[in-house]
Design a protein around this ligand. Structure first.
Ligand code: C2E
Ligand code: CA
Ligand code: CA
Length: 763
């Protein structure tokens, strides 16, 4: 069995080497934790910069409202205060003093007066304009001039260089780190010093107490000491916490951004093994709770932070956030917002309103036969036509994929919503010519309509969706108006459920297999089995559309058992042909919740003759986290069968990652959403880095999902991700196509040349 082999090899390692390894591992986790905190802080600077660039004249009240809405003080316990400092020329001193007396930021002098500290007449001063402090006592004097002395020199240098400054400041017994980042009009840093001086708005400033972070990090490591350093030579800053016993070993890790961390500690502490039983000797000694705790912290606030960033009024961001990049049309969020306004107007003025939900018929075929680029061009063209066909006051939006929505109200509806719908179908019926080809493309669409008053825009949209479902079920190019008789989601789900009940027996399910590629050797190493449903009327239905229903109805248990059987049968067939590839099968939470899962897996493996070591069960992070104890209990017998376990969609189920170490897992599949941003979003790149490091620390294979282009692949290779899966390498294929690929790659393996060509599209 896999785990006992591992135990043997771990024990075989020398004790000294093991102890050393433990120190390195705990240093690595401490480092990861601190690095996350630094990133976390940098995110805050970015947010503040965006706020200042977007609202250069914001009042302190506006700043406070924004800061409080983000719960900054709660989320950043190490933050002493933050805000903005600006340059005030002598000519404006009186005006600044007057306004600072009326709305003080910081502490006023005796009798509520604004006093310059240190006193004196200078050509200009630097005062705090916006400030949120943890306690009133920590607030600097309102008239404190930040441009005097050494600190002043550093701040002014930061303004000209465009680079932030880090200065240790000691007040009383607390040493804090003052981080000042220059902010310029437009948000970006102008190229020359002169341009920087003229576009300068102010400094985004933060006071941080690193000891809070370090103490938090060390809470789980009582016999360790940590020193956090920034910079080099005389300008270096160091913050220390904890104490190490005499004779402690020290490890230094550089964070690549000017920071480094020194961790000192005695090695090999028995306590670390205390609750590592689930992981067995492989991971014994790795106290991950700290690292994971930090991940939870960052990931847990990541969504809301991202949302807040988006909400930071700069028009550009706002546009991006509310419009679909491909068509430039309002996206779901904006559509819902407009619907809400429309519903308010309708109620007030007794106006008729309607939502038209439009879905292209067989758009998937276009994507599959002509490629993604053509699909995108077509969607853009459809968006443009729809937008051109409605009146000025009406809204056309794209909800995603090939789904569009049109909001119409008032006089646009005089002849009825169906007339509008027919007009839209007519507009779409003229063939499209795409830049890539001169073959005219004929397209049809189906439309679901919902009218009338509903409390929430989502309800109206859902009605329209139900009507659309009926329209689709009726055939191509139909328009259906929602009626309460379709009775809402229940009806929709009911139809789906009825259809799904028949599907298994009718043999309508089939599997496709998406190749996984070793990013180091580029060899084809495995496949993920992906379920498809060949619906008699709707054609091939993707899992996102029916798996939720299979789960809700419990049918997933039977269907999941079939998937296991089928995937193992196919895997064994390839095995019999002499190919050794891993077969990954998705297992849903509903399956894992029942005892029979172990039987289902055993039966599938035994009946097929597949080597259990070749089977990987993919469980989403959220499934595992649902009920940690139950999942741990359920995984042990699975693992005992010799199959491997993977955490799917890793990084998205951030709620309680701290439990991850309790699961006997082998593979981490980093979620597509992080991979897709790796080449152009620093947040995603940093997150992928962290997740990969986490995988490495845990000794797991890392798989990146959804690799779509070479840029992403290169980044992932640079991060030493083991395995890649995605459209870049191949779409999901039918078994026959996988067979051909196996043949080809076996030939290549002999010629030792890796896969170069992406392979054919999904069947
Ligand atoms: P998943 O487990 O995350 O599977 C990967 C999904 O990403 C697949 O979608 C795959 O086609 C898609 N994908 C792969 N590479 C790329 C890429 O480069 N770009 C993009 N945009 N997408 C890519 P699919 O087949 O639609 O499956 C969707 C989800 O349905 C799966 O997500 C999985 O959660 C679920 N699912 C599929 N088959 C089964 C099954 O047999 N049982 C269970 N319980 N769930 C399944
Ligand atoms: Ca999966
Ligand atoms: Ca996944």
């Amino acid at each position: 069995m896999g785990s006992s082999m591992r135990a043997a090899s771990a024990v075989a390692r020398g004790d000294g080497q093991k102890a050393r390894r433990e120190l390195t591992l705990s240093s690595a986790e401490i480092t990861a934790d601190i690095q996350l905190s630094i990133q976390h802080e940098q995110d805050l600077v970015v947010a503040l910069q965006a706020f200042l660039a977007g609202m250069p004249n914001a009042t302190n009240a506006a700043f406070l409202a924004w800061a409080r809405s983000m719960h900054v003080m709660q989320r950043y316990p190490e933050l002493l205060g933050w805000g903005e400092a600006v340059i005030v020329p002598a000519s404006r001193l009186a005006a600044f003093a007057a306004s600072a007396t009326a709305h003080p930021v910081g502490r006023l002098g005796p009798g509520g007066s604004f006093q310059v500290v240190p006193p004196g007449r200078r050509p200009y001063y630097c005062f705090i304009r916006l400030d949120e402090g943890r306690t009133a006592a920590d607030a600097p004097p309102a008239g404190f001039d930040f441009c005097t002395g050494d600190v002043g020199a550093v701040n002014l240098a930061a303004r000209s260089s465009g680079k932030g400054s880090y200065i240790p400041v000691t007040m009383g017994t607390t040493t804090s780190l003052s981080v000042e980042t220059p902010v310029y009009r437009g948000g970006s840093v102008p190229p020359s010093p002169a341009a920087r001086r003229s576009a300068f708005i102010g400094w985004a400033g933060m006071g941080i107490v690193p000891k809070v972070v370090l103490d938090r990090v060390l809470a789980d490591h009582p016999d360790m000491a940590v020193t956090l350093r920034y910079g080099a030579g005389t300008s270096a800053i160091a913050f220390r916490a904890g104490s190490a016993p005499p004779g402690a070993a020290t490890t230094t890790i550089r964070l690549h951004n000017g920071w480094s961390i020194e961790t000192s500690g005695a090695v090999a502490r028995a306590g670390w093994f205390a609750n590592a039983n689930a992981f067995g000797p492989l991971l014994g000694g790795i106290a991950l709770s700290v690292l994971l705790g930090a991940l939870v912290y960052v990931l847990g606030t990541g969504r809301s932070r991202a949302n807040e960033l988006v909400r930071q009024r700069t028009e550009e961001l706002r546009h991006q956030a509310l419009h679909d990049a491909l068509t430039g049309l309002p996206n779901r969020a904006l559509v819902l917002d407009r619907m809400e306004q429309m519903l308010v107007r309708a109620r007030r003025n007794q106006l008729a309103v309607a939502v038209l939900f439009i879905d292209l018929d067989e758009f998937k075929g276009v994507n599959d036969t002509l490629g993604h680029k053509a699909g995108d061009d077509l969607l853009a063209a459809v968006g443009a036509r729809l937008a051109g066909a409605v009146r000025a006051g009406d809204t056309v939006g794209r909800l995603g994929g090939d789904e569009f929505v049109v909001l119409v109200e008032g006089t646009s509806l005089t002849a009825g919503a169906e007339v509008v719908a027919e007009k839209l179908l007519l507009v779409l019926s003229t063939p499209f010519t795409l830049p890539a080809s001169d073959v005219p493309l004929y397209l049809t669409a189906s439309i679901g309509i919902a009218t009338g008053d509903r409390a929430q825009p989502e309800e109206l949209l859902r009605d329209a969706d139900i009507a659309l479902y009926q329209a689709k079920a009726a055939g191509r190019q139909r328009v259906v108006v929602f009626s309460p008789a379709m009775h809402s989601a229940i009806e929709h789900r009911h139809q789906l459920e009825v259809d799904l009940h028949l599907a298994l027996d009718a043999g309508q399910f089939f599997l496709l297999y998406q190749p996984m590629i070793d990013l180091g050797t580029r060899l084809f190493t495995g496949v993920e089995a992906l379920l498809r449903w060949d619906h008699p009327e709707r054609g091939v239905v993707m899992p996102d559309e029916f798996i939720p229903e299979l789960e809700a109805s419990g049918l997933i248990v039977a269907v999941g058992a079939w998937v296991l059987e089928e995937a193992c049968r196919q895997g064994a067939a390839w095995q019999a042909m002499g190919y050794r590839i891993a077969i990954s099968v998705n297992v849903s939470g509903r399956q894992l919740a029942l005892d029979r899962i172990a039987d289902d897996v055993r039966r599938a493996v035994v009946a097929s003759g597949l080597d259990p070591g070749q089977l990987v069960l993919e469980l989403t992070e959220t499934t595992l986290m649902d009920d940690v104890d139950a999942a741990v209990a359920r995984l042990a017998p699975l693992r005992a069968l010799g199959v491997r376990l993977a955490v799917d969609d890793f990084g998205t189920g951030y709620s309680s990652l701290a439990y991850l170490r309790r699961f006997p897992i082998d593979v981490l599949k980093i979620d597509r959403s992080f991979v897709s941003g790796i080449a152009d979003s620093r947040e995603s790149a940093a997150l992928v880095h962290t997740l990969v490091q986490l995988g490495k620390v845990l000794g797991l294979e890392t798989v990146a999902e959804g690799v779509e282009d070479d840029n992403q692949r290169l980044r992932l290779q640079a991060e030493h991700v083991d395995t890649g899966q995605g459209f870049l390498f191949s779409r999901p294929l039918d078994a026959a196509a996988v067979g051909r690929l196996l043949e080809r790659s076996a030939a290549q393996r002999e010629a030792t040349s890796p896969i170069e060509e992406p392979v054919a599209e999904e069947a």
